[in-house]
Design a protein around this ligand. Structure first.
Ligand SMILES: *[C@@H]1O[C@H](CO)[C@@H](O)[C@H](O)[C@H]1NC(C)=O
Ligand SMILES: *[C@@H]1O[C@H](CO)[C@@H](O)[C@H](O)[C@H]1NC(C)=O
Ligand SMILES: *[C@@H]1O[C@H](CO)[C@@H](O)[C@H](O)[C@H]1NC(C)=O
Ligand SMILES: *[C@@H]1O[C@H](CO)[C@@H](O)[C@H](O)[C@H]1NC(C)=O
Ligand SMILES: *[C@@H]1O[C@H](CO)[C@@H](O)[C@H](O)[C@H]1NC(C)=O
Ligand SMILES: [Zn+2]
Length: 430
């Protein structure tokens, strides 16, 4: 069988400096964040008692934050107000039966199109509630501005954006990190090095819901929102030997580029003294196992970042508008980068002209990106400024490699602009 390709090349125009530094060693871990091992039973009981006491003491903290039922109302209200660019659905329920609501934003919500999908996941840790608030702001801001703002319009028209404001509503209610069973959901995914939590029956319902979601939907990229530090964290999160080390995944350049988009669009994340450029390799910061980020990249074809968006895990609610202003451009630019950079195209049979759900690889990068089932469209993020050889695969057949240069120009408008390379229009045949 012969194959031919249609590539469109999108060129990235904004120059980010200092995105290659890896950062000095740092010894102090933010308290309570991402400890590599699962807590033991006695630890967990002690912790629970402590936390129950704390949650009574700290009810004031939640003033000005949405309760779980406020969040549900806000999601449904959004769905009514912005019905022609959104769809509301649930991916499952928490241990205590709270629906895990998702807002999908697109000009054709719920319909398959040859467009990439991006997701944001908030409140993975129950006591990190800033993300769930900002994600509702984000949805509403896009709805209010997509007719007049070019970035909002670009997202609505070219991306399917899925927003899960809270992955852990029970943890939020309990004012603690873990879910109702006191399990850290960001340690509950199957792990590439340590199959300790590969027992499917032991998996938490919130984790299972996310895993099933990614089996049904193909996401090209995503980010989860955390608190307690200010840094954009990228894979790998774990090392094979359990030591703290820079442990690069095959797409290290791509991930550093993505993480830099977030940090450099942020109010001051890129100015971090602890993390040069405001980004870090997860394992270099401190290794974790069973995290959601690495699982996304390995098993779901999805390039996921873990974003620590505020030093204070649970700031006073009157700081939320400022935190929204600090993170707004980062959230928008990261989602938009999915169509402003990388390579995008479709795979067709040259005999029948039918879309072929094949895959593409890049020479020198040991990672396969699958094309979509319906339209055979593929969307692959790549760091700009390099020459790439792209190869298409279907069954045992392989196309001739195609070379592309993803450009970088001195054009410095402060926003991305979009341009197409050669080869647009007429498909090349092989
Ligand atoms: C994680 O917690 C355990 C037990 O509380 C402790 O012994 C270990 O040093 C911690 N690991 C990290 C990376 O902080
Ligand atoms: C949504 O509805 C508004 C108001 O009726 C309309 O102006 C707009 O074009 C619609 N947007 C889409 C994507 O259909
Ligand atoms: C960023 O700005 C906030 C608010 O002004 C400040 O508290 C924080 O220390 C700053 N962080 C960095 C890395 O500059
Ligand atoms: C084409 O690219 C693939 C990987 O994408 C690589 O394995 C193969 O060697 C390349 N072929 C040539 C002729 O360079
Ligand atoms: C490529 O990655 C796979 C895992 O995805 C691994 O099994 C294989 O050894 C890697 N190949 C090379 C050449 O590194
Ligand atoms: Zn967290």
């Amino acid at each position: 069988m012969k194959l031919f390709f249609f590539f469109s090349l999108l060129v990235f125009f904004l120059y980010f400096s200092s995105s290659t530094a890896r950062g000095p060693l740092h010894s102090s871990l933010p308290s309570g964040i991402r400890n590599g091992s699962r807590i033991s039973f006695s630890d967990s009981v002690r912790r629970q008692l402590f936390q129950d006491k704390q949650s009574k003491l700290s009810d004031d903290r939640a003033k000005g934050y949405m309760t779980n039922s406020d969040l549900e109302k806000a999601v449904k209200e959004f769905g009514r107000r912005c019905s022609n660019i959104s769809r509301i659905y649930s991916i499952g329920k928490s241990v205590h039966g709270v629906p895990l609501w998702v807002i999908e934003i697109s000009d054709m919500p719920g319909e398959e199109e040859p467009e990439p999908a991006f997701k944001f996941v908030g409140n993975v840790h129950g006591d990190e509630p800033v993300g769930r608030e900002l994600l509702l702001h984000l949805a509403n801001w896009i709805c209010d501005n997509y007719m007049k703002d070019s970035l909002a319009r670009l997202i609505v028209e070219n991306i399917h954006l899925h927003i899960l404001p809270s992955m852990n509503p029970d943890g939020y209610f309990l004012r603690r990190r873990g879910n109702a069973n006191n399990i850290d959901l960001n340690r509950d995914f199957p792990d590439q090095f340590f199959p300790v939590n590969n027992d499917i029956n032991a998996r938490q319902p919130e984790t299972r819901a996310v895993m099933n979601w990614l089996r049904e939907m193909q996401f090209a990229a995503s980010a989860s929102l955390h608190g307690g530090a200010l840094v954009a964290n990228y894979p790998w999160d774990g090392t094979e030997d359990k030591r703290r080390n820079y442990y690069a995944c095959p797409d290290d350049d791509t991930f550093r580029f993505m993480a830099s988009i977030y940090s450099h669009s942020h109010h001051n994340m890129s100015l971090s003294k602890e993390f040069p450029g405001g980004i870090t390799n997860g394992a270099f910061w401190y290794p974790i196992y069973g995290g959601m980020q690495d699982w996304n990249y390995i098993h779901a074809g999805c390039f996921e970042l873990t974003l620590e968006i505020s030093d204070n895990k649970w700031p006073n609610a009157n700081e939320l508008p400022t935190l929204w202003e600090y993170n707004k451009m980062s959230l928008l630019n990261l989602a938009a980068s999915l169509v402003k950079t990388g390579i995008h195209g479709r795979i067709f049979s040259s005999d029948s002209g039918m879309p072929l759900p094949g895959s593409v690889t890049i020479k020198g990068i040991n990672y396969t990106v699958k094309a979509g089932k319906g339209f055979a469209d593929y969307h692959r993020l790549l760091a700009p400024g390099e020459r790439y050889e792209v190869c298409g695969h279907y069954a045992w057949v392989q196309t001739k490699n195609h070379t592309y240069l993803t450009g970088r120009s001195s054009h410095d408008s402060g926003l991305y602009s979009r341009s197409r390379g050669h080869n647009q229009g007429e498909p090349a045949k092989y």
